[in-house]
Design a protein around this ligand. Structure first.
Ligand code: SF4
Length: 230
């Protein structure tokens, strides 16, 4: 089988528990969730369709990872919605290279492949994550566009392990514009429940991903613009 690769790039992880660590990103094409603030809208939005998507085999991708990043850099498979694909062949090959493999997903289908780390970003207004993926999650990232999104995200997490980390991330345009209603809601939630952590997308500050030859340079976050989003 071949994977539809929207972009791939070597950079560092900009959020979550592994923040700041060197990582090779593989972004697959396609997502049915249609989030109005999607910051990877080129992977699904009809108005932002790329000119082409590269179909690559697991072996092609593993070769690229080996050529384009040093040993020790882990791999993040993201999207789009990567859980829609059978990732087992790719994960197995990357493991033979000694790479740890992470996934970022909204958890809407069975997870295929022995992923080493699962970041779950539930979409309460769309399809909820399956119980199996919730139970498998190592960390959760709840995107907060309005304060009510915090509880809505938490409501999707029945069965989450006690040791899974829960991040509250301001939706990117809210962070950029310092929307204090959203930022203060996150602060209040973290202070009320120490299980929660306040998050931030550090790579957007550095614009680190854009430095790689193979990354998509188009800046197309929907940014909460419901006229652009769905
Ligand atoms: S934010 Fe993620 S889940 Fe939502 S539309 Fe974009 S790629 Fe899909």
């Amino acid at each position: 089988m071949k994977y539809p690769v929207y972009e791939r790039f070597y950079t560092w992880q900009g959020e979550g528990v592994h923040l700041g660590r060197a990582a090779y990103f593989i972004r697959l094409y396609g997502c049915p969730q249609a989030c109005p603030w999607c910051d990877s809208a080129g992977t699904w939005h009809p108005e932002y369709r790329p000119a082409g998507v590269t179909l690559m085999s697991a072996q092609d991708l593993a070769d690229r990872v080996a050529q384009e990043s040093p040993a020790g850099a882990f791999v993040v498979i993201t999207g789009g919605e990567p859980i829609l694909f059978d990732l087992a062949p790719l994960v197995n090959l990357l493991h033979t290279l000694g790479r740890r493999v992470h996934i970022e997903t909204s958890g809407i289908a069975p997870l295929r492949g022995a992923l080493d780390w699962v970041t779950l970003s539930p979409k309460p207004f769309g399809t909820w994550p399956t119980p199996d993926v919730v139970a498998r999650a190592d960390e959760v990232k709840i995107i907060v566009q309005v304060p009510q999104d915090i509880q809505a995200g938490l409501d999707t997490l029945k069965g989450l392990r006690d040791d899974a980390v829960i991040w509250l991330h301001p939706e990117w345009s809210k962070a950029r514009d310092r929307d204090m209603a959203v930022l203060n809601a996150i602060t209040d939630a973290v202070k009320a429940n120490p299980r929660l952590r306040a998050g931030y997308q550090m790579h957007k500050l550095y614009r680190a991903d854009e430095l790689d030859l193979h990354s998509d340079k188009r800046l197309i976050p929907l940014g909460g613009n419901t006229e652009l989003g769905y």
